[in-house]
Design a protein around this ligand. Structure first.
Ligand code: UDP
Length: 490
């Protein structure tokens, strides 16, 4: 397949998200931002005035498409009611079938099997490109997702790294050999090992890393060997054969990592974040908790959510229930179906619900961004998924960090040690098989986060970051300029 039309009147981007909650929204937000900004550069882009000069086809897999349709609760996304970055006609939806991926179990599955299933999509993606009208001029691909095959020529290829620059930099050091893969894997797979052998020299752009800070995938099983090979394989490919990597972070958040990335990758890297604010949900949002939140005193409520994949051990669950009850701490807790490790059918004990009915709300899925931007919110008890971290940062909310897997350890490290906007609850890696944080300690941590002198400091720092995040999107800000450069490059 070769594109002969070298000067299309319309730019048509095909966006290919990884089918997971934390990946769909940032890519959608990127598309919305580009489609909104494109008319501002109509002359440079060679498009007619008006928003249809830059259109996007957002390609979901069938199980996601069906799920969104059934939920029917993602109307904001359809109608363009939510947020100012959403143009009206520029984003079309399409969907393709996928073999071997059953999402009925949510994300309680092997990460390897989940990622390998995406590989079967390449022919359908190629066909979508081949049949597109107007012709596809570029793809925006999630970093871990399949992209059009090499046979598809004449399109720009841009990859979205939906995590932070520091994680990308670590992978880049593995790719260029400064961090030998075998050494990293030895350390990652044995939590008791000292990192001295791997990191003793320090690496430009990275904070001093300890074993527990590294990218680590232990969900239902240890899949580190696979994930490191998979991600570094993707990065090698994109470094050689793509036009840009865009990162959902902003320059001011990780200046050293971005500087080092430009020095060690061939492909240009653009910070284009914070890509926060789209509202595509794979679970139904409970909005009643917002009415309850409206009635709570300023900065008094703790929001508890561990995202869409992380699991909570039964023992930790028991301690958390007891701590909430005895502390009287106001809360909104996202108790996602399947949250409790080993007991996917568990539900919240009715006795706890009864005792805490005036003190908090338990929901199965929350309007997270509206909660984080609410004046009654005091702090966020989070697994530190990158989206949750960025959403807290852009709303000036301190975080109590309970990292579970993947990049969440490094995210928590930044929250605690670099940005100083929160505390570490505990990391799943150091928790071990049976370890738990006990109720008295949890109560103490809640107090420090919401009442103590330290909480003032966290809030002050969080507000500074929030403002930096706001400025980066304004005219002249780094992200603003990068969106412009990206459009011009297209
Ligand atoms: N989220 C939400 N409601 C919830 C819990 C999470 O809308 O009750 C959203 C949250 O705002 C974030 C995403 O789900 O955008 C979770 O992504 P993250 O990277 O934080 O974690 P993951 O789910 O990928 O582990």
């Amino acid at each position: 397949m070769t594109r002969s039309d070298s000067s299309p009147r319309q730019h048509h981007a095909l966006a290919i998200p990884l089918p997971a909650q934390g990946h769909i929204n940032p890519l959608m937000r990127l598309c919305e931002t580009l489609a909104k900004a494109a008319p501002l550069y109509a002359t440079e882009l060679g498009i007619a005035e008006g928003e249809d000069g830059f259109i996007v086809t957002f390609l979901n897999i069938d199980p996601i498409h069906e799920r969104l349709k059934e939920l029917g609760g993602n109307k904001e996304h359809e109608n363009g009611r939510n947020g100012d970055a959403r143009p009206t006609n520029a984003i079309r939806k399409a969907h393709i079938p996928i073999d071997g991926l059953d999402l009925s179990n949510d994300f309680r599955m092997s990460i390897q099997r989940y990622l390998e299933a995406q590989a079967s999509l390449v022919p359908a993606i190629d066909s979508t490109v081949g049949a597109a009208d107007p012709p596809v001029t570029c793809t925006f691909n999630d970093f871990s997702m399949s992209s059009p095959s090499a046979a598809v020529r004449g399109i720009r290829r841009i990859n979205l790294f939906p995590s932070n620059a520091t994680t990308l930099l670590m992978l880049a050091y593995v790719v260029n050999g400064l961090l030998p893969l075998e050494e990293v894997l030895k350390v990652v797979m044995d939590p008791t090992m000292d990192t001295e052998a791997v990191f003793k020299e320090g690496l430009p752009g990275l904070p001093t890393l300890k074993n527990g800070d590294l990218l680590n995938i232990k969900h239902l099983e240890d899949e580190n060997m696979f994930i490191y090979k998979f991600l570094t394989g993707k990065l090698k490919e994109y470094n050689e054969q793509s036009d840009a990597i865009v990162v959902n972070s902003f320059q001011e958040l990780e200046p050293d990592s971005f500087a080092a990335l430009s020095a060690c990758l061939k492909v240009p890297v653009y910070p284009v974040g914070p890509l926060v604010g789209s509202s595509i949900n794979l679970w139904k949002e409970d909005e009643e908790c917002l009415e309850w939140l409206d009635r709570q005193p300023s900065k008094s409520v703790l929001y508890i959510s561990f995202g869409s994949v992380a699991l909570l051990s039964p023992a930790q669950f028991t301690e958390l229930l007891a701590a909430l009850e005895s502390s009287g701490q106001r809360f909104i807790w996202v108790f996602r179906p399947g949250l409790i490790e080993g007991s996917p059918e568990s539900s919240m004990p009715t006795e706890f619900l009864e005792k805490t009915k005036d003190q908090g709300r338990v929901v199965s899925w929350a309007p997270q961004i509206r909660i984080l931007s609410h004046p009654s919110l005091g702090a966020f008890f989070s697994h530190c998924g990158w989206n949750s971290t960025l959403e807290a940062v852009t709303h000036g909310v301190p975080i109590l960090c309970f990292p579970y897997f993947y990049d969440q350890f490094i995210n928590a490290k930044y929250v605690v040690e670099v940005w100083e906007i929160g505390l570490l609850f505990i990391s799943k890696l150091s928790l071990g098989e049976k370890g738990v944080v006990e109720r008295e300690e949890i109560e103490r941590l809640f107090k420090v986060m919401l009442e103590g002198e330290q909480s003032q400091k966290f809030q002050k720092n969080a507000i500074q970051l929030r403002e930096a995040g706001r400025r980066t999107n304004l005219e002249g800000g780094t992200t603003y300029n990068n969106i412009k450069s990206l459009l011009k490059m297209l």
